[in-house]
Design a protein around this ligand. Structure first.
Ligand SMILES: *Cc1c(COP(=O)(O)O)cnc(C)c1O
Length: 465
């Protein structure tokens, strides 16, 4: 399988190359040249497969010719071995035809484990094969950092440096990162905000001359294609559990960077019958405005109680636009050029096509807290703030109550005790057993000034592999 850039001007790459690359050289994002297609008969024949077996069916066409089947199966088994639930992605019913897909059963309690556990093992595999060492560098406002560290901590050919804004991530989130003490894991608390962290990472990718000869940076944010690919699987898994493909299923997805819901879009394009895909946003509602009123303009970033969705511009949206514009790279390049001014307008054709599948809804903090309270009172099921936004968006937009609506639960409520408390819960949600002693564990991190030279010097001096 070959991968091409959404802006049409970068060389096409193999799967392994694309995993080791961040942005394409023309500024675009990589997508598969063609999408695998599955017939209803073929999808129906997968009913009853374990999550791991299904993952193999869904992902193998994307790596065809590069990773032998037996190796891919082992990577998948290793990636999901640390999940706490045998189903990997269990479903819980919360209403009539309303289901929660619990994507927080991985080691760091957020759905990002699905992609980053897999990516860690995949990188290790590719690098060993090539006898190559790399440096993973990323910025985090919370969930990505811990999932990336957990995914890479046992990788022999990777040093991982994660920058978080000093004193601006929650205690649970910080400790999930800083209590991992392997020598190849390096946490930097930057004196600055999340944007400063992100700018530092961007500048480092743009000029990698500070690294020793032969080393390169690898991105683990959701521009990395392998992350999207791993997320397609659970849409198939949930559908098959609820009567698909004979019966279409809808999904509501708490959305930030558009990586998670884009995987759902791909599942639909690959042949899975999906009735509605609901883009659920918090007050950072650029995608809701884009879909509902063709207003894709930057607004100031709002800090909400669902911090993992506090994103001003969703980078993976470009991947979907590429499809909506008939894979015309020049059109996407022009659209992105227009967006530099702060806003872009979609063509009527693109918007109409998007609305056939997508609905959107915005939920502010006050409403989100009511939803946590309401669902708990009725069902004793405790939602995390991100998931609550998805549940509310599903209820507000669903058009067909005869079909199952699956709300993706992107985090465990114990990760966000503050929001849960504000929703009226008197006791904090319990951390799962494997993390019960999180607050007793030793932490290690380095506080550094917001200065590129200092950070690069620190990185050079601390490479362990
Ligand atoms: C990352 C994250 C999201 C947003 O997912 P995207 O793929 O960026 O849209 C939502 N909820 C939680 C808990 C997350 O960690």
């Amino acid at each position: 399988m070959k991968y091409i850039s959404t802006r049409g001007q970068a060389p096409s790459l193999s799967f392994e190359e694309v995993v080791l690359t961040g942005l394409a050289s023309d500024g675009g994002l990589y997508v598969p040249e063609t999408l695998p297609q599955f017939s209803h008969e073929e999808i129906a024949s997968w009913a009853g497969l374990s999550y791991q077996e299904l993952a193999f069916k869904v992902m193998s066409p994307f790596v065809a010719g590069e990773i032998p089947d037996a190796d891919l199966r082992r990577l998948i088994d290793d990636a999901y071995a640390g999940f706490r639930h045998e189903a990997i992605a269990p479903l819980v019913q919360t209403g009539h035809n309303e289901w929660i897909l619990e994507l927080f059963q991985g080691p760091t309690l957020a759905f990002k484990d699905f992609a980053l556990q897999f990516l860690g093992h995949l990188l290790d595999y590719i690098l060993k094969k090539r006898d190559q060492k790399v440096v993973v560098m990323g910025a985090t406002s919370g969930d990505t950092g811990s999932a990336a560290i957990e995914g890479c901590r046992r990788c022999e050919n990777i040093d991982i440096f994660i920058l978080h804004p000093h004193n601006r991530v929650s205690n649970v989130q910080r400790r999930q990162m800083t209590t991992v003490l392997e020598g190849n894991v390096h946490n930097i608390a930057l004196d600055g905000n999340f944007d400063d962290c992100q700018n530092m990472v961007k500048a480092s990718f743009a000029d990698q001359s500070f690294l020793p000869q032969g080393r390169q940076l690898v991105a683990v944010n959701s521009i990395n294609w392998a992350r999207i690919m791993a997320q397609i699987v659970y849409y198939f898994y949930a559908s098959l559990a609820l009567g698909g493909p004979a019966r279409p299923v809808s999904f509501s997805v708490p959305t930030g960077n558009f990586g998670d819901i884009f995987a759902g879009y791909l599942a639909s394009r690959m042949g899975l019958p999906i009735d509605q895909l609901v883009i659920a946003t918090n007050s950072n509602d650029i995608l809701h405005r884009a879909i509902s009123s063709n207003d894709h303009s930057k607004h100031e970033l709002q800090h909400t109680l669902s911090p993992s969705m506090d994103i001003m511009v969703s980078s993976n949206f470009e991947r979907m636009l590429f499809d909506l514009y008939d894979r015309d790279g020049a059109a996407i390049a022009a659209l992105m050029e227009e967006f530099k001014s702060g806003a872009m307008h979609l063509s009527e054709g693109a918007l109409t096509r998007a609305r056939e599948l997508f609905a959107s809804h915005k939920v502010d903090d006050a409403r989100m807290l009511e939803v946590i309270r309401d669902v708990f009172e009725k069902t004793e099921y405790l939602l995390d703030p991100h998931t609550a936004i998805g549940v509310e968006a599903a209820r507000a937009t669903r058009r067909n109550r005869d079909l199952p609506m699956v709300c993706l639960a992107t985090a465990h409520p114990a990760k966000f005790p503050e929001a849960v408390r504000q929703a009226g819960q008197e006791t904090d949600p319990q951390l799962p057993h494997h993390m019960a002693d999180l607050f007793q564990r030793e932490e290690r991190y380095e506080v550094l000034p917001n200065d590129t030279e200092t950070v690069h010097k620190f990185m050079r001096e601390h490479l362990a592999c």
